[in-house]
Structures are given as structure tokens and as C-alpha cells.
Design a protein around this ligand. Structure first.
Ligand code: PD2
Ligand code: ZN
Length: 291
């Protein structure tokens, strides 16, 4: 292994351990990145030693921490849908449950945002919009991308009472801490604009995986909030299942992916807007704290 690779993976492991990532999740991430299990175990043991100041920690001593126990299945964000509730109380409002799908795991919510909240988000975002960049999930570079012709911007976490209220609402609805969410993004599509089908998780085999995963690990779920609906087109589509969701103002579309793999069937895209304008806000959730 090259020295630079060794330093990068060790730094990443120490950061992840410091952020409270469970060790079995690190082993899983490293396996997905193609690391041999015995080497990954050795590196994790060593990073734990560096973190704690111990001179040496043996792979055998951390082995029990590397397997999730039956009571410690990977935790995933998601709404509490036991008992098929018609609505969920998220503290400051009641959100209705309009549709659920088990595979891919998709839930459509109504009344997630009020009309005023949608208008206010668009108004504040509008002067800050820029041509959207796409993160190349292999190299980590941001690039102008013909497959994503919308314009976009990011709000800082908690930057205003409105943003903080929405982030808290998301955290309550999906039982996932605010700190594990990326910054809220707003996208604006005009007629002809689209977002070609893609996965929201990072490619674990990509060159940039260590850098992308260093900020809170993998993405595990997405919440798309529709702020302004076009007159025609602009549905969010899931090509593997044929699901097409109309971008109805105030509704929110949730989907989750418990592994970074096409078997989650979470390939999705934004169909071209045919007429009118579409505005959406996206919140991506990470498995760890996004810093
Ligand atoms: O705007 C959409 O419908 C859309 C579709 C696919 C947004 C995203 N992905 C995204 O923000 O990841
Ligand atoms: Zn997406």
C-alpha cells in the first residue's frame, strides 16, 4: 500500500471513530471499498489505538466490535409507520402519509411544508441560485453536468429560524438527528430542465470515496420537498419500478438505501419540466455526523 493511501485511510478511520461511527459499519464501508477483511481489521484496530493513545490494539481484541449483534442492526432513518397511521405528528404540524412502497423504500408525505414556507424558501433561495454542479461520485470533483440542467444553492444548517424549523421537522419525522443531515439544497428547473437517473449514495469504489465518506459516512436516505409545481412534467421517477411522483407543492418524498448498491432499486431522476417551473429542496441524510 502506498504511504499516501495508508495515511488517507488511517486519517479517515480516526475521524469516523471520533464521530462515533460503529466499528462494524467501518468494516462494512471498507469491504465495499474493496479492502481485504483482515487488512481492514488491522487498520481499524490501529486507528482505535491512535484515537485512544494506546500503544497497540490487536485486531483480535476489536473483532467482537466488528460484527453487528442481533440487537444492533444498522439503524436507518424513516418514519414510524407501524399501525398504518394516516398522519404523523412532527411537533409543529401533522404530516399526512399519502403512499408507501417497500422496495425501493419510498414514502410520500402531504402537508410537509405550508404554502408560506414553500414561497419563503423560494424567495430566499432565488438570489443565491447558481448553475447546478454535480459531484462526480467517482472522483469527487464538482463539474457542470449536462445531465443536470437545473440551478441550485445550499442553505447553511440552521441559518435562519425557518431553515432550523424545517431541519427539526425532518429530524422528528425521520427519527434522525439534525447533525446527520447535509445542508438543505434548493433546485430550480425551467422547461426542458431535468435530472438524469442516478443514485444519491456515493460510489464506494470511486477514487473520491475516502474524501466523500469522511464527512459523515455514506448517504442513507433522501427527502425531496416540492416547493413550487410546474404546469406539466417534472415528476421524480424511479426507472426500476416505473414509479412517477408528481411534484405537488408542500409534499415531500422520502426514500432510503441501506447499502450503496443498485439492489436498493433507488435509481431515480427528475423528468424534464414540460411547462412552468419546478422548485424542490433536497435533504440528504448521512449514516454519521455531517461536519
Ligand atoms: O428534483 C427532482 O425531482 C430530483 C430527482 C432526482 C432531485 C434529486 N434527484 C436530488 O436532488 O437528488
Ligand atoms: Zn437524486
Amino acid at each position: 500500500m502506498a504511504d499516501a493511501d495508508y495515511r488517507n485511510i488511517t486519517r479517515w478511520l480516526v475521524e469516523q471513530i471520533r464521530a462515533g461511527q460503529p466499528t462494524h459499519a467501518l468494516l462494512q464501508s471498507m469491504s465495499q471499498q474493496g479492502w481485504r477483511r483482515d487488512i481492514a481489521m488491522g487498520l481499524i484496530a490501529q486507528a482505535m489505538g491512535e484515537r485512544s493513545g494506546a500503544t497497540e490494539v490487536s485486531p483480535a481484541s476489536v473483532a467482537p466490535l466488528l460484527e453487528p449483534s442481533a440487537t444492533c442492526a444498522p439503524m436507518m432513518p424513516g418514519p414510524a409507520l407501524d399501525g398504518a397511521p394516516m398522519s404523523l405528528d412532527v411537533g409543529d404540524r401533522k404530516v399526512s402519509v399519502l403512499m408507501t412502497l417497500p422496495e425501493p423504500k419510498v414514502v410520500l408525505f402531504g402537508d410537509f411544508l405550508s404554502k408560506n414556507e414553500c414561497d419563503r424558501l423560494v424567495e430566499v433561495a432565488r438570489p443565491r441560485m447558481q448553475r447546478s454542479l454535480t459531484t462526480d461520485l467517482k472522483t469527487g470533483d464538482n463539474k457542470l453536468d449536462v445531465v443536470r440542467t437545473s440551478r441550485g444553492m445550499f442553505f447553511n444548517r440552521g441559518e435562519s429560524p425557518l431553515i432550523a424549523a424545517i431541519e427539526t421537522r425532518i429530524a422528528r419525522l425521520l427519527a434522525w438527528p439534525v447533525e446527520k443531515g447535509e445542508h438543505l439544497q434548493v433546485l430550480h428547473y425551467r422547461p426542458g430542465d431535468r435530472y438524469e437517473p442516478h443514485y444519491d449514495y456515493f460510489d464506494p469504489a470511486g477514487d473520491a470515496a475516502p474524501a466523500l465518506l469522511a464527512r459523515g459516512g455514506q448517504r442513507v436516505a433522501t427527502l425531496l420537498m416540492y416547493l413550487r409545481e410546474p404546469e406539466a412534467g417534472g415528476e421524480t421517477i424511479f426507472p426500476d419500478t416505473g414509479l412517477r411522483v408528481s411534484p405537488k407543492r408542500g409534499c415531500a418524498l422520502f426514500f432510503s438505501y441501506d447499502r450503496p448498491h443498485p439492489s436498493t432499486k433507488t435509481l431515480h431522476g427528475g423528468a424534464p419540466v414540460i411547462s412552468g417551473e419546478k422548485w424542490v429542496a433536497t435533504k440528504w441524510l448521512r449514516e454519521g455526523v455531517f461536519a
